[in-house]
Design a protein around this ligand. Structure first.
Ligand SMILES: Nc1ncnc2c1ncn2[C@@H]1O[C@H](COP(=O)(O)OP(=O)(O)OP(=O)(O)O)[C@@H](O)[C@H]1O
Ligand SMILES: [Mg+2]
Length: 365
């Protein structure tokens, strides 16, 4: 078997890390990377080592793990990998899906709530992180009253379990409340503690849906980049479509490998939605060299407003309404269709397990 070798420059390109960071990881996690020439700077890296570096990077940068915590996690992966029966999917993280838009009021929260219901109806374990400061918050549309929110978690040190409200069908809701604004000013220790709590949430469910709110605020971008997949919602409105393009441009600028899909809301028909999708996707392909996933559409439907007034999600109050059918169809697309599957994450756990084991075996550990 030919083992491909990568130079440090290629590693930097693939991982987005700076050389100093790669060198730091090399030293701190040498037992997992199993380099043979650690004393002098490593010249060649193999694919497995790059996998491990990426995993370490995510744990540290996205989840705020300390070096010791990363080591524990990697050891745990290794142990699980050895004991888990062949083919069984080991404990893993939820698929994190952020829902965002350029312009406000295009139907993000309505979609988030009904998408969550649709997943829960399929017996999936779902949580919503409501990071939206808009008016119609997730809990209102779900008909629940959260007692606590993110700021109790951040500032008062409440454990995650106490801050979560359980909605219909067991959907777990973490309300952002004022805590979302406080996020920008978190101290390092608070940030770590928050990320650890979210990490706990990610392990306890299969889908974590994040309602990020609209626009190019720091919060929106932070949450979007935290996700595996990003759903951008737009309406046919020209300004909404232009803003959708802008947010996609910024998201791709931040993460060129982001998985971004588009939902067209408040359209008249499928034909209408294809028009809107194509208009945006043509521009994205031409100027950003990226192809959007077509996740589907939601028709304009008065039942949505009626459901909102009832404070009962459309899929539960009017399950056969036209928009409810559309949401179910989008759910199928997100679950089954390759158009939006983040293959990296789906397989990364298995890959990393293999990678860590191979490198450790190589080191004779
Ligand atoms: N397909 C639809 N048909 C009819 N009305 C809709 C549809 N989708 C959303 N709406 C209505 O549009 C309004 C805005 O929806 P929603 O609150 O979900 O948008 P949002 O993007 O979350 O807004 P914000 O940016 O303020 O958070 C609500 O009154 C909602 O009932
Ligand atoms: Mg909203």
């Amino acid at each position: 078997m030919v083992v491909r070798k990568f130079s440090i420059k290629q590693v930097i390109e693939k991982t987005g890390l700076e050389e100093s960071e790669v060198r730091f990881y090399e030293n701190a996690f040498r037992e997992f990377l199993a380099f043979t020439r650690l004393d002098s700077n490593q010249k060649d890296f193999n694919e497995d080592q790059i996998e491990v570096l990426i995993r370490i990077r995510d744990l540290i940068k996205k989840r705020g793990f300390t070096v010791d915590e990363v080591k524990r996690e990697l050891k745990c992966i290794l142990k699980k990998g050895e004991v888990s029966p062949a083919g069984a999917r080991p404990e893993s993280y939820a698929r994190v899906i952020a829902v965002t838009s350029g312009k406000g009021g295009v139907g993000k929260t309505t979609f988030v709530v009904n998408f969550a219901i649709s997943l829960a109806l399929k017996k999936k374990k779902v949580a919503i992180f409501d990071a939206d400061l808009g008016l119609a918050n997730v809990h209102i549309l779900m008909g629940v009253k959260p007692q606590f929110n993110l700021s109790h978690l951040i500032q008062d040190g409440f454990p995650l379990e106490d801050v979560i409200t359980t909605g219909p069908l067991g959907i777990q809701i973490l309300s952002g409340g004022q805590g979302v604004r406080e996020l920008a000013n978190l101290k390092e220790e608070e940030r770590r503690s928050l990320l650890r709590q979210i990490d706990k949430l990610e392990r306890s469910v299969e889908y974590l849906i994040v309602d990020t709110g609209a626009g190019i605020s720091e919060n929106v971008l932070r949450f979007a980049s935290f996700a595996d997949e990003i759903v951008v919602v737009t309406t046919p409105n020209v300004a909404a479509a232009a803003d959708a393009y802008s947010i996609i441009k910024i998201l791709l600028g931040m993460e060129p490998n982001a998985k971004i899909g588009l939902i067209t809301n408040e359209v008249a028909s499928m034909y209408h939605s294809k028009n809107v999708f194509n208009r945006i996707n043509v521009a994205v392909e031409k100027y950003l060299n990226y192809s959007l996933g077509d996740l589907g559409y939601i028709v304009t439907d008065e039942y949505i407003k009626a459901a909102n007034q009832l404070r009962k999600p459309l899929l539960l109050s009017y399950p056969t309404a036209p928009a409810a059918i559309c949401v179910k169809s989008i759910t199928e697309t997100i679950l089954n269709d390759k158009v939006f599957v983040n293959t990296r994450k789906e397989s990364s756990f298995q890959e990393i397990m293999g990678a860590v084991r191979r490198t450790m075996v190589g080191a004779g550990v």
